[in-house]
Design a protein around this ligand. Structure first.
Ligand code: MGD
Ligand code: MGD
Ligand code: SF4
Ligand code: MO
Length: 701
């Protein structure tokens, strides 16, 4: 028997990007462990990925190409050969491209975060084809935009310094579920005397374990940050030297926040004025004492209409109190831009030049509307073909009824590259088996730490599964694309993923990295201790000319939700409850929902509801309810709990629709309306009503 240990990287859309050690015995992966030597991973994996082998060897893995034989969405397929699959797709895409290649649309997101199995060969293929381009906004683009306008880039405080912080604000995130290795460090900081404050409408697993929980109304974070700035300025809890040297627009900011008294802030946020006052005072005092004040701003706060502005306002706070001076100070939302990725070398946008006009761009967050849109002068051609990889839009995209209606179009040709027969795969005309991370190579950046990560293939592909890259290579050949770049191997792709002439990734050498497993970027631990923001002025911009030019308010502001009791009382008269659907601990977006052991731990789709809201509707613990608004409805089992504040219901997500009794999930009620900036979805900007369902026996009668 031969046993080897293979160095790999977790592919999932999680800020932790763990280093994995895969034990392989006679060609079979028997164990997946966290690498103890990689500082962020520190030998620990989450429950989901410690079960990665269970996912890879799952009996439901797609192992052969298939063709649809049933109705769209029915999920009935028959096996075909790779040759037939590729020829069928090439012929169909070829016909459409003759009329207009922009009628073809790729749809992908972060099923794998790998640079190689993401937009490398796939990017080349769609550029060369002249297909429409996808605007990838479904997760983080609102917060990213707000952050970029303010501090210039998605760069921030260093995870590895968190241990040294004295005050940690966990703002719109639930790290026990979704950022475990940050939480581990928070525990160290806590033992060293740090205070932890969660800012979240819901008493999440994390909020429960913090010293304090500020349960504001969803979508009001921008107001809370304005109120904090008001207190910091009016009580002179400021680092005047840092403000003078490294910020822009302080005087305008002072005027702007004057009206955001603790009382007004409290009213908007649905909390008490003391909470606002004390939070600001503690934040200012600890920072001015020269201690680390670390804000972990996360994506929960930006999935609402004013999400970009909310992220911006939070990103203003550290500069006011000079928190960036301390290595454990500042804010971290994403550190993606720390990485000198070479997207152009991977996806080769130059290949589109031959088409003479820029590609049409379609926003992934409004895919429902896009698929139902007729051809028009503004819109361009109707979408006639869709190639889905690394994503499960029928489950994850907002306003799901429209998404499903679009996917059900008989005249839409749909190809899905997947590991499993997801809700989206059910609508495929051709379904292609893709390899998992254990079966292919890749190289990764991270958005929660600053290491480049290598992934070696641990085992041979299962069945006839192929890496995304190989599938697009074959399609390119079948379409007659003869450019040399379509011959590049995955190793050649990985080798150009990061710039070698950038000081941050200097010495990036793929062959060496494969051996070592990871490489820390050469970036400072306290990125803005001496200012040097990546904004046009080089300062933290309280006032932003760029925002003004984009038609936005150039100063921090509060943009109320589309749907809330305060901002839309008419709608709230019919749908009085705010609903959020943040990640469940044992799923990763919609990945792992089909892994039995993990699904068993989550149980079934639940709705957490405050005792007062439940009583008002005659709902008791364990009742089945219908959650609905004008867009749709879904069923769930109620957990009566004060974890949800009054007026809020919480349905942890993202369930596969086919595992729910009614075949629906939370995205039935979410909308396709977009955020103030970044064109992102507003998943947590939703009003619903909830009613008790008759007991099952009654239903049958
Ligand atoms: N286990 C697990 N881990 C994951 C994921 C997963 O699905 N499961 N998903 C991954 C992905 S794609 C992402 S983007 C990240 C997401 O990571 P985070 O953005 O950290 O998401 P969550 O951890 O769910 O935290 C969101 C929290 O925000 C709260 N929230 C909702 N609305 C608001 C609001 O208006 N204001 C404030 N302050 N809080 C609000 C929710 O109650 C929830 O507790 O996690 C990644 N990691
Ligand atoms: N209601 C609600 N909806 C949400 C959210 C929410 O909080 N609430 N969160 C949103 C967020 S933050 C995000 S990021 C999106 C996530 O949405 P998606 O990016 O669609 O993420 P997943 O649901 O995990 O689907 C990824 C799919 O890619 C497949 N996959 C993985 N690796 C590979 C590979 O190498 N090749 C191929 N071909 N396929 C692969 C997996 O099997 C999986 O089915 O969902 C969004 N939707
Ligand atoms: S999902 Fe996140 S915590 Fe779990 S192994 Fe992957 S990177 Fe680590
Ligand atoms: Mo995400």
């Amino acid at each position: 028997m031969t046993t080897t240990i293979v160095r790999a990287a977790c592919p999932h859309d999680c800020p932790d990007t763990c280093a994995l050690l895969v034990t392989v015995k006679d060609g079979v992966a028997t164990e997946v462990r966290g690498d103890p030597a990689h500082p962020p991973t520190a030998g620990v994996l989450c429950t989901k990925v410690s079960r990665y082998a269970e996912r890879t060897y799952h009996p439901d893995r797609l192992l052969h190409p298939m063709r649809r034989v049933g109705k769209k969405g029915e999920g009935k397929f028959e096996r075909i050969s790779w040759d037939e699959a590729i020829a069928t797709i090439a012929q169909r895409l070829g016909q459409i491209a003759l009329r207009d290649p922009q009628a073809i649309l790729p749809y992908s997101y972060a099923g794998t975060m790998g640079q190689v199995q993401g937009e490398s060969m796939a990017g080349r293929f769609f550029h060369r084809l002249g297909a429409s381009q996808l605007e990838r906004t479904i997760c983080a683009s609102a917060g990213g935009a707000g952050y970029r306008y303010t501090i210039g880039a998605r760069v921030g405080a260093d995870l590895e310094q968190v241990d040294h912080a004295k005050l940690i604000l966990i703002w719109g995130g639930n790290p026990i579920a979704s950022n475990l290795h940050f939480w581990t460090r928070v525990q160290t900081a806590k033992r060293n005397g740090a205070r932890l404050i969660a800012i979240d409408p819901y008493r999440s697993l994390t909020a429960e374990k913090c010293h304090q929980h500020i349960a504001l109304l969803p979508g009001t974070d921008a107001a809370l940050a304005l109120g904090m700035m008001h207190v910091l300025i009016s009580e002179d809890l400021l680092d005047h030297d840092y403000i003078a040297r490294h910020t822009l627009g302080f005087e305008q900011l002072r005027e702007r926040v004057a009206e955001w008294t603790p009382a007004r802030t409290a009213e908007v946020c649905g909390i008490s004025a003391e909470e606002v006052l004390n939070l600001a005072r503690e934040y200012g005092r600890v920072a001015l004492a020269g201690e680390g004040v670390f804000i972990r701003a996360n994506y929960g706060l930006q999935r609402v209409r004013g999400g970009g502005m909310a992220a911006r306002n939070v990103a203003c706070l550290p500069a006011l109190v000079g928190a960036w001076r301390h290595p454990a100070g500042g804010v971290q939302m994403s550190v993606s831009d720390s990485f000198p990725k070479d997207a152009a070398a991977l996806s080769r946008p130059d290949l589109a030049a031959g088409h003479g006009k820029p590609a049409r761009v379609i926003n992934m967050s409004t895919i429902g509307d896009a698929l139902l849109h007729p051809a028009s002068a503004d819109f361009g051609p109707k979408v006639e073909a869709l190639i889905v990889y690394n994503s499960n839009p029928v489950a994850v995209a907002p306003e799901s009824a429209k998404v499903a209606q679009g996917f059900a179009r008989e005249d839409l040709f749909t190809v899905v590259l997947e590991h499993f027969q997801t809700d989206t795969a059910d609508y495929a005309d051709i379904l292609l088996p893709a390899t998992t991370q254990l079966e292919h190579i890749d190289v990764h950046a991270s958005y929660g730490h600053v290491y480049i990560m290598a992934n070696n293939a641990a085992i041979a592909p299962m069945g006839e599964a192929k890496p995304n890259t190989e599938i697009f290579r074959r399609l390119a050949a079948a379409m007659g694309f003869t450019e040399d770049c379509f011959q590049d191997s995955d190793d050649q792709l990985a080798a150009v993923a990061f710039k070698r002439d950038d000081p941050r990734s200097a010495g990036y050498d793929w062959e060496q990295l494969k051996q070592k497993g990871w490489q820390r970027l050469a970036v400072p631990v306290a990125p803005f201790a001496e200012g040097g923001f990546a904004t046009p002025s080089g300062k933290c911009e309280f006032y932003s000319e760029q925002m003004k030019a984009a038609g936005l308010d150039p100063l921090p502001a509060y943009i109320p939700p589309y749907e809330s009791v305060a901002s839309n009382p008419q709608l709230a008269a019919r749908y009085p409850l705010a609903m959020i659907s943040p990640p469940a601990r044992n799923f990763l977006n919609s990945s792992f929902v089909n892994v039995q052991s993990l699904r068993d731990t989550e149980g079934e789709p639940h709705l957490d509801m405050h005792p007062q809201d439940a009583a008002a509707r005659g709902i008791s613990q364990g009742d089945m309810v219908r959650i609905f608004n004008d867009r749709g409805s879904l069923q769930a089992r109620v957990r009566v709990t004060d974890k949800a504040r009054v007026g809020l219901v919480v349905g942890l997500s993202i369930w596969w629709k086919k595992f729910a009794a009614d075949g629906k999930n939370a995205n039935e009620v979410t909308s396709q309306r977009l955020t103030d900036m970044g064109h992102a979805p507003t998943f947590y900007d939703v009003l619903v009503q909830v009613e008790k369902l008759p007991a099952q026996g009654l239903l049958a009668g």
